[in-house]
Design a protein around this ligand. Structure first.
Ligand code: FAD
Ligand code: NAI
Length: 476
């Protein structure tokens, strides 16, 4: 029997892969997607890290824990009194699993709708041959298929501390951090990056005593300094014990918990005893089982697939997108690359603007930004104007009872073009979209300042921050 043949085969069904497959199918290509993720019953669970152990479940737990915190600490301000408030962690985790399942099923439905052939199993290169490349699918059955174009979207895995493997019982990656069966009394987190802050917040809200150990002396170095400073102040006030400039020397995983020996910023030896330890020190590109050597697919020293700015690898008609290539490890970046590659295969001009990829940290307050930070502009020697507006002066924020933070605009000193927007505050994740659109259209701060924003809305803080660039705020 001859091999099944496809115009496009996507290896990996995360946000990069499944979106690439859908777009390729929309463009008329006979498309397949291979993904190996298994649900608890061994069935298919497309959606990758993002859907299964990343974006979606973390946001489900952030929502549940935020409700609990609101009920415990803020409902009373509204005249709502509660007694016997309790948290059923098993139910919270079951709800999170149900949300994940809905997303897995949604992707399988989208594959059907768009006529994408789905293979549940591991995809690997066999050789260049047939109509382009021969790929092996190893699942319940094993078969070889052929592809004219291959898009590799195999994602990333959590980085472990050297010599400290994840057991997912005590030493947890993002996977274990999303399914701790009961609230730990003491939780340690290594790394105060995005996962450390989001997952640390979840378990802190539910009652854990959380200590975060960060190697760098600066907090949230990628964010605007003013935002990072405000965030550190607020998170510390909330009870997260964040220690910067530490050196982790040893982690002992014992029957009763985990002991972390470290040197603090003053150079003093310290130990931290915790019930559970989340290690969130970044992620590594994943090409496990892909067999890139079979076709000579080039990887860099970090194990990432080498691509050009159009996601072309060193091999003809083999493309790679998402976490497995350079650039920020974000779901929306992976999706944009997936769409762009499908369009390039179709001879169109797919594009991804790396300068306008938004960043969001879903803590409370949320943190979001797009474009350059003030420290980057200073380092570049660029002449800029800055303006900010506090949520304290925004009517909607006061009505919400959530007035922490501000919106900050950075604009070119001469042309007024928006160079960066930084938000810390309520719904920053949603508010940032306006600034992304504005920057894509090369808008000036004055453009935003002249647009009518609904009242009362948080988006008025964006307009006011744009006005602040020329010292013309109306409500502050
Ligand atoms: P992945 O999502 O990792 O998908 C890769 C898929 O390929 C997986 O299903 C894997 O099983 C499969 N695969 C790998 N090798 C093979 C093979 N040989 N054959 C078949 N299948 C294979 N990003 C955001 O933008 N917003 C967020 O809020 C956010 N939250 C996050 C929270 C956490 C806790 C974590 C860990 C990450 C978060 N991210 C977030 C990052 C986001 O999850 C990733 O950037 C995104 O999933 C990358 O998509 P991808 O398609 O490149 O890879
Ligand atoms: P990260 O890169 O965000 O943060 C890692 C932190 O660990 C850094 O501050 C780093 O200095 C620190 N670190 C590294 N080695 C250390 C060590 N030995 N000891 C102490 N600290 C150390 O990585 P994280 O949090 O693991 O997340 C991985 C990626 O997942 C993120 O970069 C992001 O791309 C993605 N993500 C995105 C989210 C979002 O968009 N909301 C949410 C969660 C993850």
């Amino acid at each position: 029997m001859s091999n099944k043949q496809f115009d496009v085969v996507v290896i990996g069904g995360g946000p990069g892969g499944y979106i690439a497959a859908i777009r390729a199918a929309q463009l008329g290509f006979n498309t397949a997607c291979i993904d190996e993720w298994k649900n608890a019953k061994g069935g298919p669970a497309p959606g990758g890290t993002c859907t299964n152990v990343g974006c979606i479940p973390s946001k489900a737990l952030l929502q549940s824990s935020e409700h609990y915190e609101q009920a415990g600490h803020h409902f009373a301000e509204h005249g709502i009194s509660l007694s016997n408030l309790s948290m059923d962690v098993a139910k919270m985790l079951a709800r999170k699993d149900a949300v994940v399942k809905q997303n897995n099923e949604g992707i399988l439905y989208l594959f059907k709708k768009n006529k994408v052939t789905f293979f549940h199993g591991r995809g690997s290169f066999v050789k260049a041959g047939g109509i382009g490349y021969e790929l092996k699918v190893s699942g319940a059955n094993e078969e070889v298929i052929e592809a004219r174009h291959v898009i590799v979207a195999t994602g990333s895995n959590a980085r472990a501390l050297p010599g400290v493997p994840f057991d997912e019982q005590n030493v947890l990656s993002n996977d274990g951090a999303l399914r701790i069966p009961e609230v730990p009394k003491k939780l340690g987190v290594i790394g105060s990056g995005v996962i450390g802050l989001e997952m640390g917040s979840v378990w802190r809200r539910l009652g854990a005593d959380v200590t975060i150990l960060e190697a760098l002396p600066t907090f949230l170095g990628a964010a605007d300094e003013q935002v990072a400073k405000e965030a550190l102040k607020v998170f510390t006030k909330q009870g997260l014990k964040i220690q910067l400039g530490v050196k982790v020397n040893e982690v002992k995983n014992g029957a009763k918990g985990v002991t972390v020996s470290y040197t603090d910023a003053k150079g003093e030896a310290q130990t931290l005893e915790v019930d559970k330890l989340i290690v969130s020190i970044g992620r590594v590109p994943n090409t496990n089982g892909l067999n890139p050597e079979a076709v000579g697919l080039k990887l860099d020293e970090r194990g990432a697939i080498v691509v050009d700015d159009q996601c072309r690898t060193n091999l003809p008609n083999v493309w790679a997108v998402g976490d497995v290539v350079r650039g920020p490890m974000l779901a929306h970046k992976a999706e944009e690359e997936g769409v762009a590659v499908a369009e390039r295969i179709a001879g169109q001009h797919g594009h991804v603007n790396f300068d306008t990829i938004p960043w969001v940290i879903y803590t409370s307050p949320e943190i979001a930004w797009v474009g350059k930070t003030e420290q980057q502009l200073k380092a570049e020697g660029r002449a800029y104007k800055a303006g900010s507006f506090p949520f304290m002066a925004n009517g909607r924020a006061r009505a919400l009872g959530d007035t922490t933070g501000f919106v900050k605009f950075l604009a070119d000193a001469k042309t007024d073009e928006i160079l960066g927007v930084h938000i810390i505050g309520p719904y920053a994740s949603e508010l940032i979209a306006e600034s992304v659109v504005a920057m894509e259209f090369k808008a000036s701060a004055e453009d935003i300042a002249r647009i009518c924003h609904a009242h009362p809305s948080l988006s008025e803080a964006t307009k006011e921050a744009a006005l602040a660039v020329d010292k013309r705020t109306l409500n502050f």
